[in-house]
Design a protein around this ligand. Structure first.
Ligand SMILES: [Zn+2]
Length: 267
């Protein structure tokens, strides 16, 4: 089975992992086309914090919500500060950041919950979306892993949060690594290598003082080390830099672009 597929739904294109398709789980990665945006004309920019017209972003979110079947006012998101802090989502936090970035959950880059009908939503242009589902305890999580978050083990910390709070067992957990920049297009310098002593094997030398960094491998490695089963780690292996026609790429578009959303919700 192909681990990741893009589905056309009207003028939207949504990415999913067929193995995560279940009656009680909703998930998707939004594509680039089919939206309204001042920042990226025609683009389905889903993020409120990148200088786009707010009403356009909210209309894009409503459009996706209608297609997927969730209530947009319950979208729950966090600030995404390229850190490694993880937050549980409690009843009081439902809807954080749904229509105002300033109200998103502050200071964290990953969310964990067992609440139903709460779409966790984070925003990406090259950074790595990592989603988690434990079918045994019915726990979901979503993490934003740029290079700092990836080498800072945010995926592992998210898993630990699931284990600690909801008694999830890593051997049961399914992980989906969504579209993001591939090592093919992600050249980094000495400072990044120095910040990642545990992941030297995920760097491949290119020219003097530069390496290609495989962020997918960095995230897989920390999860495998914690007992997640290799066959339960699904990777889209879809490079956003190369596919900026389908997604958004911060690097390929000099930082001036929209954001795709990764969405996961227990029905
Ligand atoms: Zn690439």
């Amino acid at each position: 089975m192909t681990s990741f597929v893009l589905h056309k739904q009207g003028d939207l294109e949504l990415g999913i992992f067929p193995r995560l398709t279940r009656a009680d789980l909703l998930h998707a990665f939004t594509g680039r086309q089919g939206g309204t945006s001042e920042l990226v004309p025609g683009g389905l920019n889903m993020a409120l914090h990148v200088g786009d017209n707010k009403e356009d972003v909210l209309s894009n979110r409503r459009k996706v919500a209608d297609v997927l079947g969730f209530e947009p006012s319950r979208i729950t998101t966090c600030q995404q500060v390229h850190g490694t802090k993880v937050s549980l989502v409690t009843e009081a936090m439902i809807g954080s950041g749904a229509d105002d970035y300033a109200k998103s959950i502050q200071g964290v880059d990953a969310l964990v919950t067992q609440l139903r009908q709460v779409p966790l939503m984070l925003f990406f242009a090259d950074c790595v979306p990592v989603m988690f589902f434990d079918p045994v305890t019915k726990t979901i999580a979503l993490a934003h892993a740029g290079w700092r978050g990836s080498v800072g083990d945010i995926a592992l910390k998210t898993l630990h949060c699931m284990e600690r709070n909801y008694k999830c067992q890593s051997a049961n957990v399914l992980v989906g690594i969504g579209p993001s920049i591939g090592s093919c297009c992600f050249e980094v310098d000495q400072a990044v290598l120095d910040a990642a002593p545990g992941y030297v094997d995920c760097f491949r030398p290119t020219r003097p003082g530069h390496w290609q960094l495989d962020l997918w491998q960095v995230n897989k490695k920390q999860l495998l080390g914690a007992g997640v089963q290799e066959q339960n780690i699904l990777c889209a292996e879809c490079c956003t830099y190369e596919h900026k026609d389908k997604f958004f790429s911060y690097r390929a578009e000099d930082g001036k672009t929209g954001r795709m959303a990764a969405i996961i919700m227990l029905k």
